[in-house]
Design a protein around this ligand. Structure first.
Ligand code: AMP
Length: 282
C-alpha cells in the first residue's frame, strides 16, 4: 500500500463517524438544484431553511453580511472562526494548541474544525435549528468534499474586494469585548488607477457603549494578515473553483462599505422584497 492510500485509509477511519454525525445534525441530503442561480428559495415547503456558504479573503466582510442575512432569513450564522475563538477563550484542552496556530494565521486541522462544527450543529439541533449560513467553512477542498457528502449546499456567495482594501480593513477591525459587535476604524480611500474607480469605505464606528471596550484580534497584525491572505490563495481559492464547477457560485464584488454594498447584495440575491416585507413588519 502506498503512502497516499495509507493516508486515505487513515482519514476515512477518522471521517466516517464525523460524516455520519454531520449528516444527522444538518438534515438529510436535499435535492434542489440551483444551477440557474435564480431567485433563491429562502425556505422550502418542508420548512428547511437555506444552506448557504460565504467564501472570501480574510477581512472581506463575510461575518458582517452572513450575520445580516441570517437575521433576514431566520437561519443561524455559523462562523468557524468564531467557534475557534470561543474555544481559544475557554480553558478547554484545545486552547493552547489552537493559539499557536491561529495567532500565526495558519489553518487549524480539518479534524479540529470538524469537531468544533459538529459540536455547534449538535447544539443547534437541540433548538430545532434549520438551515445555516456558513462563514469560514469550507476553507479547503477536503472540507468542501466532506460538506458535499453530508448536505446539499444551495448557494455559495463569493465576496470580493481588492487586496489593498482587505489589508486596511483587517488592520482597522475592532471587536467589542463586551457584546461581540464588529466595527472598523479604518477610513479606506484608494485612488483609482489603470481604469479602476476610486474605492471608498467609511469607518464603521461603535456606539458610545462599546467605544471603550474595543479590542483588536491577535491575528489582525500586518504580518499575520499577509500570511492569512497567502494561505487563502493557496488553500481556499481552489474551493471557489469547486463550487463554480457545480454552478453554485455567486460572485459579488463589494462596491464599498455596508451602505453601498448591502442593497446591491440583496438585489443580487433577489431578496429586496424579503427585506422590504421584514422592515414593514418590524
Ligand atoms: P476567521 O475568523 O474566519 O478569519 O478565522 C480565524 C482563524 O480560525 C483562521 O485564521 C484559522 O486559523 C481558523 N479557522 C477558521 N475556520 C477554519 C477552517 N474552516 N479551517 C481551518 N481553520 C479555520
Amino acid at each position: 500500500m502506498d503512502a497516499v492510500s495509507r493516508l486515505w485509509r487513515g482519514c476515512a477511519a477518522v471521517w466516517s463517524p464525523a460524516r455520519m454525525w454531520l449528516s444527522l445534525v444538518m438534515g438529510a441530503r436535499f435535492s434542489t438544484s440551483l444551477a440557474h442561480l435564480g431567485p433563491p428559495m429562502t425556505r422550502d415547503p418542508g420548512g428547511r431553511g437555506v444552506h448557504w456558504v460565504f467564501l472570501g479573503c480574510p477581512g472581506v466582510g463575510k461575518g458582517t453580511y452572513a450575520s445580516r442575512l441570517s437575521q433576514l432569513l431566520g437561519v443561524p450564522h455559523i462562523s468557524t472562526g468564531d467557534l475557534v475563538r470561543e474555544e481559544l477563550a475557554s480553558s478547554g484542552p484545545l486552547a493552547q494548541q489552537l493559539a499557536g496556530i491561529v495567532n500565526h494565521g495558519q489553518l487549524v486541522s480539518d479534524e479540529i474544525i470538524m469537531s468544533l462544527l459538529i459540536k455547534r450543529l449538535e447544539h443547534g439541533a437541540t433548538k430545532a435549528e434549520s438551515g445555516s449560513i456558513l462563514d469560514g467553512f469550507p476553507r479547503t477542498i477536503r472540507q468542501a468534499e466532506i460538506l458535499e457528502g453530508v448536505t446539499e449546499i444551495d448557494l455559495v456567495i463569493n465576496l470580493k474586494l481588492r487586496e489593498d482594501a482587505l489589508l486596511a480593513k483587517c488592520l482597522g477591525r475592532r471587536i467589542c469585548s463586551h457584546c461581540g459587535g464588529n466595527y472598523n476604524v479604518a477610513s479606506v480611500n484608494i485612488k483609482g488607477e489603470n481604469g479602476r474607480p476610486d474605492f471608498i469605505m467609511a469607518p464603521l464606528l461603535p456606539p458610545a457603549d462599546c467605544a471603550s471596550k474595543l479590542v483588536t484580534r491577535v491575528d489582525d497584525t500586518e504580518e499575520v494578515v499577509k500570511e492569512r491572505l497567502q494561505i487563502y490563495n493557496e488553500m481556499s481559492k481552489p474551493v471557489e473553483e469547486f463550487y463554480r464547477a457545480r454552478g453554485k457560485l455567486l460572485e459579488f464584488d463589494l462596491p464599498g462599505g455596508i451602505p453601498e454594498s448591502w442593497p446591491k447584495l440583496l438585489q443580487a440575491l433577489n431578496l429586496v422584497d424579503h427585506d422590504d416585507k421584514q422592515s414593514a413588519s418590524a
